[in-house]
Design a protein around this ligand. Sequence first.
Ligand code: PHE
Length: 462
Amino acid sequence: MSSVHVDHGQWSSRLAFILAATGSAVGLGNIWKFPYIMGENGGGAFVLVYLLCILGIGIPVMMAEVLIGRRGRQSPGNSVKALAIEAGANINWSIVGWLGVIAGFLILSFYSVIAGWAVSYIFEAGSGAFVDASPAEIESIFNNLLQDPIKLIIWTTFVLVLTGIIVGKGLKMGLEKAVSIAMPAMLVLLLIIAGYAAFNGDFTRTIDFMFTPDFSKLTYSGVLIALGHAFFTLSLASGAMMIYGAYLPQKTSIAQSVVAIAIADTLIALIAGLAIYPIVFGNGLEASQGPGLVFVSLPIAFGQMWGGTVFGTLFFIMLGFAAFTSAIAMVESAVAWLVEKMEYSRAKAAAFAVITLWLFSMLTVFSFTGAEWAKLDFNFVGKHVTNYFDLIDHLTADVLLPLGGLATAIFVAWIMKKEAVFEEMNMSAKLFSVWFITLKWFTPIAVLFVFLNLIGIVKIGQ
Ligand code: PHE
């Protein structure tokens, strides 16, 4: 596979990288997904495992990914290939990069649909539809959206076209600005909602639910979901951090940037939980109701609170922004590859990617509308999947991302030359050792253990 060496350019500063990478990390994963999978997996114990996964696996792998990107300076597959050649290893290691590009692509096929819900809710909130509505009425607004294929297709198309246009233009132009406004605004709004929820919902029960671990409620599949979500929420093993690393100036400290990004991402997820659960418990909603949780709970609060129409509209605008800055990161690596390999212009590469994604996104759209042809019924790696959305979500978050993370850890800690890794990390020898040993031993063993346990090869515990 020969491809031309393209100079993709660099971020204008370290802050630009941090903003873009945080924009990629913070998204629907924090605000839509984390709260509902926490509800499905019993709360506290799940949260604890998730936090441990971020710390012991997510952060070390993120450092490894950014390192691969920066040293390779190309799309993930080609970067890993270049580093394999540098290390005198087999060029098939490039699969480590490719797995990510494929996972990012598959994730966006359903992410664009959920982002479409967020965009459509800007208008629902803005029209005052939630004002004084009962929880049942608010649930039916959500169910009506899910049952309307035309609406779903229109909003998904909107999301994908806009993503394509931004990526086609080159991400540095709009992205830095969008993130530097949207992220702080998002945080402020979440804090306002959490403050409202604390006083008007069941806050005590929320704190107990989120922070008192009850291990009897945690299953092995819950542990795998927590692990997979640590990857998902940090945008790991999906091309994003490698390609953003490829645009990182040489002098920037990878470790410091990565830790800052992970902290911001984790805080936003926890605050989202604190904003949502008091309302869930206070209104008798089902914590384990699944993907609709945020789209039902928050509108109830917006319907009751002072200024709810304005806060609600702003909130969904910010959620839309957060989703876009993540969507952009998911296609960027595929687009960079098309530019390298096919010598397409960015615009043509982005159009090509988005059209293919649109076709894939229909699998998710019709999973939610309940179309017969989108229904599935089989067990796949520890989960019973019922439709294409289920399958793609589980295949990416719980299978491809952990395996991709494992492969990345092995490649950087076992295949690359340690001197090259040290040179690129540019950090104190002590901290380097801590990171390197974690990546070399702890990360692979932990991921393998969880994974093998789930598919039944190792059996410990329940
Ligand atoms: N981290 C994003 C979120 O939490 C999702 C994402 C996954 C973004 C993979 C880029 C790549 O919403």
